[in-house]
Ligand binder design. Structure first.
Ligand code: BG6
Length: 549
């Protein structure tokens, strides 16, 4: 077949682009806002792999996120030639650093956290693209200095007026920064219908997006006054994980599983995100947030949405996000009295994790000795739609659990009739499909097989796919993928405004019910165990039990 002509291809792309727009409009816009996706043709989102030339401006560059995640990811990307040749990374923070001091500080962090070796040659080629602007986030003159610097870099590094503003600061600065970017004309509103005057501008924002629905709305509203939704990239790093994206490939690129992916065959699902670490040095933030806000509102509800959504027409932007938000809207929010039986929370006490004695949460630095913050939460959710009616989704996450493991387990129903009973097999374990998100990334399917021999004895066995064996590993860090996607204008793996707000809509009633419940009831669990007894009760009441992954 002959290749598609370039005009036919352009038309096809334009139609696809238009589809994204129409979805928003049909949907009543994004919660009533007129925002539409930025034109992907103009944005170059169909370019593969290498990022579009741009300046990435990191606010809060002296913080932990930059050291542990962003700078190592950028270095790895540059070493793998995935950044444009003239990339520029501009750090912004209150520290009074020169460009040189900034580069020295960043080298130390990259050496500590990058997976690649740092030699003088490699570092120097990378560091040529690093620049620094110091100042307070509420200081107007700082934004003027920043604009001048970015204009210079457009000429020196050929960043073409393209700007990716990355908010890696404490959330209390978000609104101030976004408003200042707008008032200093560092960003301009761009949408499908408006051609940018000079290059594109986008804002990447880290979680937490608010601490409840009202504050999330306030923040989203403030952002929407400055830029359109198509310019906002809300990071949920779980969406950047290979294994999470593979869950979509597994469901929608294979014909075998989708026909049984529903209430007729699935008994229930269990989504586990267990951490062996404690609160580390983030106690101040975590004590305010707790496990429900920190993990469930974002990562766990995203996993739920991916595993439960309907097949989108295309793997792109709003097509995927529309389906995810539909699932979230169909989840019945646990509220009032029901919260007692549908949720279980707990806080870790001193214990042993991986053979080491560890302190309890209340003994951690900067944690109040009478803290009632939950470090563990389990919940049962129901999705009120045709596909999932009456199928429970059990979610649990916690810190200081026995080991670090994240997985989605799909427990299928029992066979309707077992013909092997006369031969002595009274019962067999039903099929179980496990998507292992981390570590030991892969997928396994449990099924029943005959034990070799002269009798009809049965036993469960496992069919395993391991990333290590198939691909030599599970690929790059989530941040690498997400940074390149943001530079290339691909929003598929970023949370849209209505997704975030719908997720808060599920979390708020639980938080409210917990507030009413007497706080002295917060159960403790020994560090190194699988959470409080109430979590077991929550699932055992339904005649089921948690997996011990
Ligand atoms: C973050 C949470 O978003 O995710 C942390 O704020 C948590 O509390 C972390 O430790 C877990 O991420 P990962 O990639 O290590 O599973």
């Amino acid at each position: 077949m002959s290749e598609m002509s370039s005009s036919a291809k352009a038309r096809a792309l334009a139609v696809e682009a238009q589809l994204d727009v129409d979805t928003d409009i049909l949907d009543g816009g994004l919660n009533g806002h007129e925002d539409v996706i930025v034109n992907p043709l103009r944005e170059g989102m169909f370019q593969a792999v290498t990022a579009t030339p741009c300046a990435m401006i990191i606010f809060g560059v002296s913080g932990d996120l930059t050291s542990r995640k962003l700078m190592p990811a950028l270095y790895d990307l540059a070493m793998n030639s995935r950044l444009a040749e003239g990339f520029a990374i501009v750090g912004v923070s209150r520290r009074q650093w020169t460009d040189e001091q900034f580069r020295t500080e960043m080298r130390a962090e990259v050496e500590r956290h990058s997976t690649l070796p740092v030699t003088d040659d490699r570092w120097n080629s990378f560091a040529r693209g690093l620049f620094y602007v110091g100042g307070n986030f509420d200081e107007p003159a700082m934004y003027d200095r920043l604009r001048e610097r970015l204009d210079e870099l457009d000429r020196e590094r050929r960043t073409e007026g393209n700007r990716l503003f990355y908010l890696a600061t404490p959330p209390s600065f978000y609104i101030t920064i976004v408003r200042s970017l707008g008032s200093h004309r560092l960003v301009e509103r761009q949408d499908f219908y408006t051609a940018p005057r000079s290059g594109w501008s986008r804002i990447v924002i880290e979680k937490p997006i608010g601490h409840d629905l009202a504050s999330a709305r306030e923040l989203n509203h403030a952002i929407s006054e400055v830029v359109s939704e198509g310019q906002v990239y809300r990071i949920d790093h779980y969406l950047g994980k290979e294994t999470v994206q593979n869950a979509l490939a597994f469901r929608f690129a294979n014909v075998l599983f989708e026909p049984v992916w529903n209430r007729h065959y699935v008994d229930h699902m269990q989504i586990t995100v267990a951490e062996s670490l404690g609160v580390e040095d983030r106690a101040t933030y975590y004590e305010e947030a707790g496990a429900l806000r920190d993990m469930v509102q974002s990562h766990m509800l995203q996993l739920l949405a991916i595993v439960a959504m309907e097949p989108p027409a295309v793997f792109r932007g709003n097509a995927v996000r529309d389906e995810k938000v539909k699932v979230l809207r169909s989840v019945i929010p646990p509220s009032g009295e029901a919260v007692k039986s549908l949720t279980a929370r707990g806080q870790y006490a001193a214990g042993y994790v991986e053979g080491l004695a560890v302190p309890g949460f209340r003994q951690e630095q900067f944690v109040s000795p009478s803290s009632t913050t939950e470090t563990f939460v389990a919940l049962k959710l129901q999705i009120d739609n045709w596909r999932w009616a009456d199928v429970p989704f059990y979610l649990r996450t916690g810190k200081r659990l026995p080991r670090r493991v994240s997985e989605i387990a799909i427990q299928f129903k029992k066979v309707p009739h077992l013909m092997f009973q006369a031969a002595g097999t009274r019962d067999v374990e039903p099929n179980l499909l496990t998507i292992r998100i981390q570590p030991d990334e892969g997928i396994s399917l449990r099924f029943v097989a005959k034990i070799p021999g002269t009798t009809m004895q049965l036993r469960t066995v496992r069919m395993d796919f391991a990333y290590g064996a198939a691909f030599g590993g599970a690929g790059a860090d989530a941040y690498e993928r997400l940074i390149v996607d943001a530079m290339n204008g691909d929003q598929t793996l970023f949370a849209r405004r209505d997704e975030v707000e719908t997720a808060w809509n599920l979390i708020d009633p639980i938080e409210q019910a917990w507030l009413v419940e007497e706080l002295t009831h917060l159960p403790l669990y020994e560090a190194g165990t699988w959470g409080p007894d109430k979590a077991d009760l929550l699932i055992e009441r339904d005649g089921r039990s948690w997996r011990r992954p």
